[in-house]
Design a protein around this ligand. Structure first.
Ligand SMILES: Nc1nc2c(ncn2[C@@H]2O[C@H](COP(=O)(O)OP(=O)(O)OP(=O)(O)O)[C@@H](O)[C@H]2O)c(=O)[nH]1
Ligand SMILES: [Mg+2]
Length: 582
């Protein structure tokens, strides 16, 4: 018990350091319930399935977090903390406020399990995890349920539609994967019309790829959740014709796809309008947004979620932007004006934070918002200096910036700010005192995860085999002949020192480092204590002035070229005049 408490305390303490918070409703992908009113904005509400439940609207949903094991343990700890924060952020605002303070929330129930993609294996095509792990998680789910209701299971990995559906069947609970949860969070936190439209578009794109074939209760194959299957317009019935004129009708899958497509087209047209408006506003600011009619420079503040972007912008611009420990507290982009040390007025653009494995659907859907970043005159990259996986955060941000089309020149000119240095200092002081305790806690977290897996597994390994016969959660036909059953999934604590998971990240980091050509920050700040803010403003001032000088030089060159060039008729003109005279 004490070990669990210590482990929980350690996780919460680390999550305080690493993340801020976020909350939103989990995402259940079956049975789209859109009404046929295509133009209606009400449809946004139907995107979040779990929070449609009135009980869940009055309290945050409780998720069981499943974290696949990673090496080294430092990385596992960081990922687990992030997963716990994601899960705890799954909450909807009421009257503009969250019901509970993030730090007052209990740690969600969680389990670390064998990683099916470690040791050179591939994740199973049918259920991602091996059957032992699936059963083990089911046992933990039952255990967690005995202490309080669990509304859904969050697997901190990317699952295919089939895997998700099979796990839902096996655990008899909605399952959210990393992409689904992040999209849900965006939907829950979106406040402005622009953000709502974009978040819904991302959810629709995600949902469209999740319409998988399942076996219905009557044994026939269909699309959607069990029991939802229905051929809505069979040949000759309801398809508006008779005999050979009647056509094949519309299946459930076609109907669902058509509804999604119609809604998607509507959202795209609305987002296009937002983009146009933003482009006009940007052009206006660039031309004469300044106090004396000159252009107003925009500085976009980017970074990993929870790095402290909003807090920093608030401090620099003397404003009060919403900041919170919840991840993705900012989904609605905001502009704030500030005056630089030279007296120059400029705008800060605070925008959505990034995260590793940021769903591509979100990047594409938030194109209109992210265009502000691409079009900004200067970028400020805020890094949480207290994050243990800081390098991974940095490389994630660079990848997303490249993905959205930020030019290399802008990336090279970007200012890197290491924020939250007060935590670093605090930790250095506390480290000595905590040294022995930390070692204990770390081993507790490890053993807790391993033990919990082993305990439940061992008691039920025999039972599982019998149960597998009875309850075939994967419907049999989903098994692929190539699918491997990883025996190590049966309760054996991981002792393989597989470094493969880390390798891709290392490569990414070195690529990024070579691109930015520096390994340290330009400025170290604390948005809370105000350290380094003046230095940052001076650096921004300097960079913007240097850019102005460059532009001026360029403009003068063009001007000189125009005035110094003597006009002569072109050859073709001369030739044609001569030809005409002759
Ligand atoms: N100790 C400390 N905490 C900070 C600092 N800057 C921000 N925070 C805290 O970190 C949490 C996240 O801050 P935000 O400003 O919301 O972070 P963000 O980068 O805007 O996060 P998203 O909008 O979710 O992407 C909040 O609880 C802040 O109070 C800092 O310099 N030191
Ligand atoms: Mg923010």
């Amino acid at each position: 018990m004490l070990r669990t408490l210590l482990a929980a305390r350690s996780s919460l303490r680390s999550s305080r350091k690493i993340l801020t918070s976020l909350s939103s409703p989990p995402f259940k992908c079956w049975a789209p319930s859109y009404s046929s009113k295509q133009g209606s904005d009400d449809a946004h509400e139907t995107v979040s399935f779990l929070l449609k439940d009135t009980a869940l609207r009055s309290r945050p949903p409780r998720l069981l977090v499943v974290q696949p094991r990673l090496r080294p343990d430092r990385l596992l700890q960081a990922k687990l903390n992030e997963a716990l924060c994601l899960a705890n952020s799954l909450e909807e605002q009421r009257d503009g406020y969250f019901l509970t303070d993030f730090f007052d929330k209990e740690l969600p129930p969680h389990i670390v399990v064998q990683n099916p993609s470690m040791k050179g294996h591939k994740a199973r095509a049918d259920a991602y995890f091996g059957p032992g792990t699936v059963h083990n998680i089911k046992c933990h789910l039952n255990n967690a349920e005995s202490k309080g209701e669990v509304d859904a299971v969050f697997v901190n990995a990317i699952l295919s539609g089939v895997q998700q559906r099979n796990l839902e069947t096996a655990w008899d609970k909605p399952v959210l994967d990393r992409v689904g949860l992040i999209i849900e969070i965006f939907n829950a936190h979106a406040f402005t019309k622009e953000a709502k439209l974009q978040a819904e578009l991302a959810a629709l794109t995600y949902k469209k790829s999740r319409l998988v074939r399942v076996r219905g209760p009557g044994g026939r194959y269909t699309f959607g959740a069990a029991g939802d299957a229905e051929v809505v317009s069979a040949r000759g019935r309801g398809s508006g014709g008779q005999g050979f004129m009647s056509g094949a009708g519309e299946t459930e899958l076609q109907l669902q796809r058509r509804r999604i497509l119609e809604r998607r087209n509507y959202l795209l047209s609305q987002i296009e309008e937002v983009r146009r408006t933003r482009a006009i506003q940007r052009a206006g600011r660039k031309r004469h947004g300044g106090s004396f009619g000159q252009g107003l420079a925009t500085v976009a503040v980017v970074g990993y979620t929870n790095a402290g972007k909003s807090t920093l912008v608030s401090e620099l611009s003397n404003s009060d932007l919403y900041s919170d420990c919840r991840l993705f507290a900012t989904v609605d982009p905001r502009l704030r004006s500030a005056v630089l040390p030279s007296g120059r007025k400029m705008l800060f653009s605070d925008t959505v934070g990034f995260i590793s494995d940021l769903p591509i659907q979100l990047v594409e859907a938030f194109h209109a918002t992210l265009e502000e970043v691409v079009e900004a005159d200067l970028l400020v990259h805020v890094v949480d200096s207290s994050a243990p996986n800081l390098d991974e955060h940095r490389s994630t941000v660079f990848q997303v910036l490249q993905q959205i089309g930020v030019s290399e020149e802008k990336l090279l000119n970007m200012i890197e700010v290491w924020n939250k240095i007060d935590i670093e200092e605090e930790c250095t002081d506390a480290d000595e005192a905590d040294k022995y305790l930390d070692e204990d806690e770390e081993s507790d977290v490890k053993s807790m995860a391993t033990e919990s897996e082993t305990d439940v597994c061992e008691q039920s390994r025999g039972e599982y085999e019998a149960m597998e016969e009875k309850e075939n959660y994967s419907d049999g036909w989903l098994y692929d002949e190539d699918t491997m059953v990883d025996e190590s999934d049966f309760c054996s604590p991981s002792n393989a020192d597989d470094q493969q998971n880390e390798q891709p990240n290392k490569n990414k980091i070195s690529e990024t480092d070579s691109l930015i050509g520096q390994n340290g920050p330009h400025v170290k700040t604390s948005a809370v204590t105000g350290v380094g803010l003046q230095e940052l403003l001076e650096l921004i001032d300097e960079k913007l002035s240097a850019q102005d000088d460059e532009k001026l030089k360029g403009a003068k060159m063009v001007e000189r070229n125009i005035f110094e060039r003597k006009w002569r008729p072109s050859h073709t003109q001369e030739d044609s005049t001569i030809a005409a005279e002759q």
